[in-house]
Each structure stands twice: as structure tokens, then as C-alpha cells.
Design a binder for this molecule. Sequence first.
Ligand SMILES: *Cc1c(COP(=O)(O)O)cnc(C)c1O
Length: 236
Amino acid sequence: MTNATPSAIALSLARVRTSIAEACARARRDPSSVQLVAVSKLHPASSIRAAHEAGQRDFGENYVQELASKHAELASLDAIRWHVIGHLQRNKARDVVGRASLVHTVDSERLGVALDRACHEIDRAQLPVLVQVNVGGEAQKSGCEPDALGALLEALSALPRIAVRGLMTVPPHTDDPAESRPFFEALARLRDAHGGARSLPELSMGMTHDLPFAIEAGATIVRVGTAIFGDRPPRP
Ligand SMILES: *Cc1c(COP(=O)(O)O)cnc(C)c1O
């Protein structure tokens, strides 16, 4: 379903909003407490326009170059917001701070320092970020180790232009989405152990296949691609 039509995207978006509302009802949560980020990586700008036309404002991108070109091409879309959800290299900091409304993937002090410096250079007062945590302890995955979270939060709090708003995770891939649940619960517990919702209001977790479990565990931001835009074309 690559290059889904505008009406297919509007319909899929409505279905995703419904499943968010249903999960919120089961968890006795207010649906407005869950923000949907439409993950548009590798999908064309036309798909983003279609989702925007259907009322979607927040979009997630993984690759800085792709973010930069879509940001420029779609700059006229009303109130559009870009989320950086992919692993970020320090030398790309400058390319994201002028474009992102939220960076979900800060996982080291060095990256925080690079973003803080880049904000200074472009005179951006503050960049909201999330700290990515590797709750599954997977060797190949980015994210800070749970044991190192306290020290990282402390270091980031010293950076004047970086505002840590919460935590983000990508659990290990499983065929059974219910297996993501303990990882989502682990992220929520880590948040509680580090100041709770008052200091870390956002929990970014849950994707197409496991979003109900994430919402039940307390997600405030879900990142959904395939269920909205269809299958992704391969990365060129
Ligand atoms: C691609 C991606 C998503 C969206 O995944 P879907 O399964 O298509 O919903 C969410 N989060 C991150 C970090 C991603 O890289």
C-alpha cells in the first residue's frame, strides 16, 4: 500500500484515532492525554499533505536529510510540527534544532551538549527533548541504559537550552504485541523513579502493532506509521 491515496490515508487516520480512543476508554484515560505522531519516514510529501488535510499536525521523521527536505517543501502547511524519532548523530544537531518541535532520541550527554550549542548558534531559546531509554537492554539498539538514566538527566538539566520533557522507548521487536507490555511498564516505572510525571510528563511509546498496550501503560505520545500511511518503501 505504498503511496496510499489521500482518502485511504484519511480513513486510516480515523481508524487509528478510534483505536487510541478505545484504548483510552479501557484504561480510563482522557483521549486528549495521548498525542498521535504520524510517522512519515520514507513516505512522500503528498502523503503528509493528505494526513494534514485530515487534521493531523504532528509528524515523525527518522532521517535528518529527509526531515530537512520535507520541512522545506511543506513549510506552508498550517501549524505542522516535526518530531525527530530516529537515532541522531552529533554532527547533525544543527540541522534539527531549527526544524524539530520535539527530539525523542537524546541518549547521551554529548548529544545534549551538541543540541544545546546548536540552539545557541541559531538563537533558539529552548529545545524540548525526550531521553531515549533502552529498556530491552538490546546491544544493537540506541538509548541510554536504565541504570545510567539518573546521571544523564542530571547532566542534561545543566544545559540551559535543553528542556527534558520525558522518556521514549522502542521495545524489542516481537510477533506478539502483548510482549511489549512489560517494556512499556518498565519505562513508566523509570519515570516514577526519576521525579514522576511532574518532572517528566511525556512517555513516548507504542507504534502500529502495540499501541493499545502502550496507552494502557501510560503513553502520552504514540508514534504510528504503517497503520496510517501503509507499508514503507525500502530505504534507498
Ligand atoms: C518507524 C518508527 C515508528 C513507526 O513504526 P510503525 O510500525 O510503522 O508504526 C515508530 N517509532 C520509531 C522510533 C520508528 O523508527
